[in-house]
Design a protein around this ligand. Structure first.
Ligand code: CA
Length: 232
């Protein structure tokens, strides 16, 4: 990516109306636009165009979008947003597990598209939080260097697993992290079916970190997919 140019988006999608919509919207909002009609062309354009963001459809004529995501991740860290149809709920989760950063469910609107694109590109430009970095949201302040979490300037006690869960959410802030990813990161890959662990720990975190735990503003549930930390 050349930071002095406008960010470029590569759209890999076989449906012409969706490509047109994306081209119009993204070009209108300061992105340079590239397109590929299938996975093979997409892979070669990621290499040649070095886009700032890839938007890829899960239903491509020549390759499964999940498989394509996995292949891209073998050699590229480019942010990936997958496009899924309503009936591809399960595929969208698999795509996130394969390394996609976010998803859009068709049909989606202009504002949603632009917001997701901004978050994905911004996140890719930032290095992961350093050991001494401080993250704040709502009334919460996390000092990773000191392993210290405060709510309204009052120190909170978090258990080691609560802290790990919070740290994982911070690393993915603004984006969905799937149940499988969280379980693997915190408990290990033999626990990836134990989604009830997450429900329990998320409830605990919300009680400690949300002003109104019943109406969370930051620790958000993405039904059927996972969780997301909203910093603002
Ligand atoms: Ca398609």
């Amino acid at each position: 990516m050349n930071n002095f140019d406008k960010p470029s988006v590569l759209v890999i999608e076989d449906e012409a109306p969706i490509r047109r919509f994306l081209k119009l919207t993204l070009s209108d909002h300061g992105y340079s636009f590239h397109e590929a009609l299938n996975a093979r062309e997409g892979l070669s354009k990621i290499a040649s165009e070095q886009p700032s963001l890839v938007i890829l459809d899960l239903g491509l004529p020549d390759m499964d979008g999940i498989e394509l995501t996995r292949e891209i991740r073998e050699w590229s860290k480019v942010p990936i947003i997958v496009l899924s149809a309503r009936e591809q709920e399960k595929d969208k989760v698999l795509a996130l597990d394969a390394g996609a950063d976010d998803y859009l469910t068709k049909p989606f609107g202009v504002q949603e598209l632009l917001a997701r694109a901004r978050v994905a590109i911004r996140h890719a430009a930032k290095s992961p939080p350093q050991a001494d970095s401080i993250v704040t949201f709502g009334q919460v302040k996390i000092d990773f260097g000191k392993r210290l979490v405060t709510f309204n300037d009052t120190e909170l006690h978090l258990t080691p697993n609560e802290f790990k869960l919070l740290a994982a959410l911070v690393r993915h802030a603004g984006r969905v992290i799937t149940h499988t990813q969280l379980l693997r990161e915190i408990w290990g890959s033999e626990y990836t079916d134990e989604t009830h662990y997450l429900r329990v720990y998320m409830a605990q975190l919300r009680r400690k970190l949300e002003t109104d735990p019943a109406q969370p503003r930051h620790l958000i549930t993405e039904p059927g997919v996972g969780y997301k930390l909203k910093l603002d």
